[in-house]
Design a protein around this ligand. Structure first.
Ligand code: ADP
Ligand code: MG
Length: 247
């Protein structure tokens, strides 16, 4: 089997007495969607933060494209190709949807993200940024300030920003949250195709989406992975059903 694109080994992080991630090992392979599921407080977001570099693990290693990420800050990891869907709060609310994506395109081209304001109308930025908005179906809202977009549209915008950074792996933390059935369905279709561009580590509570999309599922409970397997394996695992799927 090909070397995994992203590989976590024995990742530990405590907050006081709480073991938020208690020795997590998992990998993400080319072409796959690997879903990470588990109850609230299981440590899913803490794990994503550690991959992004916003939280440092107490111990364990994170290798991405064969390289140890330990010495790299968040911006350096983005430049290496670790893409995440940015939280809504990180959008520049007063800027148009297009300009938010332009900032990401510019970051991809070498400037540090968010610290340099693009010249409005710069074609080398507007062209690619517009293309990203079209991919997520937001092109008609290009000129609308991020603050005036609906919740679902802001989610689309975050994904456009993630795409603009041309990542070699995607990290998504509950992208379906608050989208409603129609929006979730649309995003599910989109993610389905996206895995062929770059593999996706998908934290998601929407089990319809997870079962429709995941090549593999890992189940995190109290900071520990209790099972990893295919959809069929996870659905029929008695321990998983007890711990998480609710019977
Ligand atoms: P999940 O995303 O699976 O719902 P989190 O990773 O957000 O879980 O949280 C895991 C546990 O760690 C929770 O008990 C949460 O309260 C705790 N936690 C998360 N971040 C912090 C922090 N910065 N300081 C203290 N406790 C935290
Ligand atoms: Mg979370």
């Amino acid at each position: 089997m090909a070397e995994p694109i992203l590989q976590l080994s024995e990742i530990r992080k405590t907050f006081g007495a709480l073991k938020a991630t208690d020795g997590v090992s998992l990998d993400l392979r080319k072409g796959e969607i690997h879903a990470l599921i588990g109850p609230n407080g299981a440590g899913k977001s803490t794990l994503i933060h550690q991959i992004c570099g916003s939280i440092r693990p107490d111990s364990g290693t994170i290798r991405f494209l064969g390289e140890d990420m330990a010495g790299l800050d968040m911006a350096a990891r983005v430049r290496k190709g670790l893409g995440r869907s940015f939280q809504i709060s990180s959008l520049a609310p007063e800027f148009s949807a297009l300009r938010n994506v332009m900032l990401a395109v510019q970051a991809r081209q070498g400037s540090s993200y968010r610290f340099f304001r693009p010249v409005a109308g710069d074609r080398s930025l507007t062209g690619p940024a517009m293309a990203m908005l079209e991919r997520v179906g937001l092109e008609k809202r290009a000129k609308v300030p991020a603050a005036e977009l609906s919740h679902g549209e802001r989610r689309q915008l975050e994904i456009a920003i993630a795409l603009a950074l041309e990542p070699k792996a995607f990290l998504f933390d509950e992208p379906m949250a608050g989208l409603g059935p129609e929006g979730s369905k649309r995003l599910t279709g989109f993610l389905d195709g996206l895995r062929h561009e770059a593999p996706i580590l998908l934290v998601e509570h929407d089990m319809d989406a997870v079962f429709a999309l995941a090549d593999r599922i890992s189940v995190l409970v109290y900071g520990r992975i209790i099972a990893t397997g295919t959809v069929a394996e996870i659905r029929s695992d008695p321990e998983v059903r007890r711990a998480y799927l609710g019977d």
